[in-house]
Design a protein around this ligand. Sequence first.
Ligand SMILES: NC(=O)c1ccc[n+]([C@@H]2O[C@H](COP(=O)([O-])OP(=O)(O)OC[C@H]3O[C@@H](n4cnc5c(N)ncnc54)[C@H](O)[C@@H]3O)[C@@H](O)[C@H]2O)c1
Length: 286
Amino acid sequence: MNNNLILVTGAAGYVGSHCLVELLNNGYDVVVIDNCSNSIQLNGKNMPESLIRVQSITGRKLVNFYQEDINNVTKLEEIFTKHRFVAVMHFAALKAVGESCKIPLDYYHNNVSGTITLLEVMRKYGVKKFIFSSSATVYGHPDYLPIDENHRTGNGCTNPYGRTKYFIEEILKDLCASEKGWCVASLRYFNPVGAHESGEIGEDPQGIPNNLMPYISQVAVRRQPFLKVFGNDFKTADGTGVRDYIHIMDLAAGHSITLENILKKDWSGWNVYNFGAGTGYSVLDV
Ligand SMILES: NC(=O)c1ccc[n+]([C@@H]2O[C@H](COP(=O)([O-])OP(=O)(O)OC[C@H]3O[C@@H](n4cnc5c(N)ncnc54)[C@H](O)[C@@H]3O)[C@@H](O)[C@H]2O)c1
């Protein structure tokens, strides 16, 4: 058995591709599943461009890339039969807050049902170490600041996307409480921004960006004419909204350290970590 083989779902995306660089640089062997619903695949290539570039940045090859959906139980079982994973890192999800309000069932199916399917297959094949991409949106409206991991969750989550993350966390807690052997780390990201220093991979969303940083980048390269700032009367120094941004490579390093820890024998059950910088910047600061 390869004690270094990790399954990474959704690795062709923004966060997953940067984490993949860390994993490959740290000597892990990786199999990727991505349905390519939010990735760029150039004609004739056998994998999304982001993954081709990750391989070129790291000088390492993926063990395998499967263009599959995590809801496809038959395919998942084929993959788990073929490879013996020591852990799963789960990035695959739909993530647009606005869209989730328009097509909530798609979000619940993709994110919640997809995660349950993945966990069921993991359970069947005896793989019980799991790192989950959660979000600070699970905290809803803050009771106090800065928000720590003891803050309550699920109270005032404002959209279906955020609720998918909250529901999945509850499912993971129940699973860890019900059965020995599971070791789960839920990583609650604040606002990941930036790109790998090579500039070869980064955040390049399809259509009009939903987030501030990719929008600003598109204004900088003249893909968008200007940035419209929403809100100027928040109770902040300059009146615009303040957010906690975390550099994507710090986030990636955090995943690698988490993986190292969950692979240790003395880690078990449900574990949760905030991934933020602890400092806020306003829209005008950015
Ligand atoms: N980017 C952020 O600001 C942010 C913040 C908090 C949490 N997250 C979470 O981090 C994870 C990664 O986010 P991202 O920004 O890289 O998004 P992304 O859209 O760039 O990447 C997600 C990847 O998952 C794939 N995917 C989606 N549904 C799938 C399915 N059913 N089966 C297989 N592949 C599927 C997509 O094709 C895409 O490549 C998500 O779970 C997201 O909710 C992101």
